[in-house]
Design a protein around this ligand. Structure first.
Ligand code: G6P
Length: 482
């Protein structure tokens, strides 16, 4: 189900990466699932992707965007951010206010008024770019927490386009949300969209509780994945749409000869030891230090693990200009050093740590080589690493240890070993139990999870959102994502 008209996708970043080397600028397609899901829809319907190139002062690279658009079959419309806005809007409001607040880290928030002003200014720039994007009939689909005001601004600019918004991160419980100095304005802005999508029912429930406190005249109607709110004679839909991955493409990559060869190399480098794999962006919401502490606890408590398992912690650099991220990196490196200092012996380090992003085939090879994935964020909108690990587990021998605070837990609870990432002892015990799990049970659990992800892939996610945006009646809405 796609809209009858064209589509304008708006996200903080464009789906491309511009990089500079000694020969000048280069452009590559971004790696995320959103790109692979949206590209075919944009190509079919004709459309535009509005976003930031990720750097300031790269004007000379913009001719590359035109070339990319011609090949991709849809247009890219760059939004230019000056250095000051990158600091106050992106690092400031998005990543020092909304990100920590929505992930339940309110003590890390810096509620500076200049951040809020910059956020409004930049949202206006994005809205202006949408207004300049031709097609007045196109449906506007805005993504994520950086751009919650774009819908309201479009209206104030006289746009009559329909617009929907999807929040990729969690929506916090009411008591946390109420701490935001601009809480009412933000909530009202979100309700200017025709459809607001969340990852899970829990996020939508949290949102509704804040609406009921701050805007008590707004009345909800209906139940199920999509409900409606009545406000000032207008209907706004709210839905739960768990994002996913391109399942089939991951399975294909996992089965490719190149990856199989690499899996053999990784396994022989492990020398018969079992690999416990953790892959995260370097972010405090991912619970990396909590996981390391739990692993240390497991090594202390179960000496049989020593020499037989290795925690492979892969950490992808992220938001390096936010001070908290740098401090966290040091904390993690200290902890890795401490654990290795305590338990290493000739030929074995309990933790292997890589601080870089891996190419897709290399990542898939790690997924396949690992006996277990430990995905234990303290809070996460969805967590696609959990889904990618299952998709790539073509031999169905792996076990997924998953935080109950990841959005993915709602769909994968029948197959994953769920853990509370704050409970160090409980997590240590779960690691041990998961390692001892009989192969038959591991396979049964993995089959269940793969089944859910195969049926609810990224393409279904796009379809569900657009169906909710365009169907006349909510009765035709499919009831389940399990
Ligand atoms: C999360 C957010 C995305 C964001 C990504 C990477 O997944 O939901 O919107 O793009 O992190 O973060 P960055 O700040 O590098 O864009």
């Amino acid at each position: 189900m796609t809209p009858a008209k064209g589509l304008i996708v708006v996200s903080n970043r464009l789906p491309v990466v511009l990089s500079r080397n000694e020969d000048g600028w280069g452009i590559t397609t971004g790696a995320g699932g959103l790109v692979s899901a949206m590209a075919p829809v944009l190509r079919d319907r004709g459309g535009t992707w509005v976003g930031w190139t990720g750097a300031s002062g790269e004007h000379e690279a913009e001719s590359l965007l035109g070339e990319f658009s011609r090949e991709a079959g849809y247009s890219l419309k760059p939004v230019r951010l000056e250095k000051e806005d990158v600091a106050d809007f992106y690092y400031g409001f998005a990543n020092e206010v909304i990100w920590p607040l929505f992930h339940d880290f309110q003590s890390l928030c810096n509620f500076f008024p200049k951040y809020w002003k910059s956020y409004l200014r930049v949202n206006e720039l994005y809205a202006r770019a949408v207004m300049d994007s031709g097609d007045p009939e196109a449906y506007v689909w805005v993504h994520d927490y950086h751009l919650m005001h774009v819908g309201e601004m479009l209206k104030s600019m006289g746009s009559r386009r329909r617009a929907g918004f999807f929040l990729h991160i969690p929506f916090p419980p009411m008591d946390n949300y109420l701490k935001l100095p601009w809480r009412r304005r933000l909530l009202s802005a979100l309700l200017e969209y025709d459809l607001v999508g969340f990852q899970t029912y829990r996020d939508r429930r949290n949102f509704m509780q804040s609406v009921q406190v701050l805007l008590p005249h707004v009345k909800p109607q209906g139940r199920g994945p999509v409900i409606e709110l009545l406000l000032d004679g207008r209907k706004v839909r709210l839905g739960a749409f768990p994002i996913s991955i391109d399942y089939r493409s991951f399975v294909r990559t996992a089965r490719s000869p190149a990856v199989s060869g690499r899996v053999n190399e990784l396994k022989s480098a492990m020398d018969g030891r079992r690999m416990l794999l953790a892959v995260d962006r370097l972010d405090y919401s991912k619970g990396i230090t909590f996981r390391l502490e739990a692993f240390r606890e497991a090594l202390e408590k179960y000496p049989g693990l020593r020499g037989n398992v290795t925690l492979m912690q892969i950490m992808v650099p992220s938001r390096q200009e936010v001070p908290r991220y740098n401090a966290l990196k040091q904390e993690i490196e200290r902890l890795v050093g401490e654990i290795n200092g305590l338990f290493s012996r000739p030929g074995w380090n309990p933790v292997q740590y890589q601080y870089r992003s891996l190419g897709r085939e290399e990542l898939v090879a790690y997924y396949r080589a690992a006996s277990m994935a430990i995905v234990t964020p303290l809070r996460d909108g969805m967590n696609l690493v959990a889904k990618e690990y299952c998709a790539c587990n073509v031999n169905r021998r792996g076990v997924l240890l998953l935080s109950e605070f990841a959005g993915a837990a709602a769909q994968l609870q029948n197959g994953a070993v769920l853990v509370n990432p704050f409970d160090r002892e409980g997590m240590a015990q779960s690691i041990k139990e998961a390692l001892d799990m009989p192969a038959e049970e591991a396979r049964r659990r993995m089959d269940r999870m793969r089944d859910v992800i195969r049926k609810n892939d990224i393409f279904r996610w796009v379809d569900m959102f657009l169906l909710a945006a365009f169907s006349r009646h909510l009765d035709d809405f499919p009831p389940t994502y399990a």
